[in-house]
Design a protein around this ligand. Sequence first.
Ligand SMILES: *Cc1c(COP(=O)(O)O)cnc(C)c1O
Length: 416
Amino acid sequence: MADDRILLRMCRMSGHEMKFIMEAFEGEWVVPLGPNVSGFEKDLEKFLREGCRVVALSSGTAALHLGLLMLGVGEGDEVMVQTMTFSASVNPVRYVGAVPVMVDSEPSTWNIDPDLLDKAIADRVEATGRKPKAIIAVCLYGMPADYDRLLQVAEKWDIPVLEDAAEAFGSSYEGRRCGTFGHFGALSFNGNKMITTSGGGALVCPDEESARKAMYYATQARLGYAYYQHEEVGYNYRMSNISAGIGRGQMIVAEDYIAHHRHRQEYYSEHLGGVDGIELHENPDPRFDSNFWLCTALIDPALRIKGQDRAYSSAITGTVGGAGGVTGQGASIHTDCEPNANVEALRLALAEKGIETRPLWKPMHRQPVFAGFPAYVNGVSESLFHRGICLPSGPYVTDRDADRVIESIMELIEKK
Ligand SMILES: *Cc1c(COP(=O)(O)O)cnc(C)c1O
């Protein structure tokens, strides 16, 4: 990198990508499909779990959309979804015309609270006379959901689970990789995820038959005739052979990247974990093995940060989020649900020192776009959002960078 800024999270090329891309060019495989796509899918199957089938797609969002279609979710159906997540977990529910029912988190994993989910499903059945059609479980920041309890609830009601493991590539729970717990699982290889294809995703399917069906939907739902014949609406969601080449190069170093993230977490934990008023988000117990895609921390409201009285004095003009692109302009400096002043002051002061941090994801039930839909809340997700911050993680963040982050945070804490 040209300057000494420490960014929140950047993907890194391994050096192996060009080989696969060149092969694609030389073989005239600069099209969707081709040997890199099937090669990448095989790499992923081996990495995830013996026997699963992976379909490489153009994005994680596309994977979630296809997952819902595969589960037969349609117009007017209800889908239970974790409220503490990124909007891409919920948007596909709307693409198929279904109703998202948002459910709050438990404080240990930050993921969907299985007891609240159970109560919420009972309430939906009573209110609508019908069972929700699917449960979208998220492994936020790479932390696995509490699958023992979650799958018990899903089984009790006989409702299929669609796992949003977009952030959890390489995480595992009781030794089993995230992405393989649901009936279907979604992975993302966007430019900011654990590994990248420059933009892409995958649907993890239970068997060959469902994988073939997903591929059919992802390639415009074409039937086997000499001419184009369609009986269903299809999509153009397949991954290109060039993107898959990048993915194959990334798979060669995936385990190293995951180890690096876990080391980053341990390092922050060692140096910040004991600081009064700062709580690192850790694996709740040995069943959980997060990839720590992002290292995150909670800041106690009582912890005073220098300059916190001036936080929120000016509007944000840039874009937030790894995908960049065009953002709309907010109408005001404040919304009625935002990070505490000390968290915002910390973010601003670190940004001035060239260190990028970010608030946690704002819960979906507090997003105006989903305000009209049912939500079952317990205050956990909002409380996390008020207090939380994402720290620089990822393959570019060295121990020396982490030292700078830690020292800067320590300097910014007001001594009592
Ligand atoms: C990134 C992300 C997605 C979407 O993946 P894309 O590949 O960017 O479409 C979905 N869910 C979560 C939780 C994510 O972080």
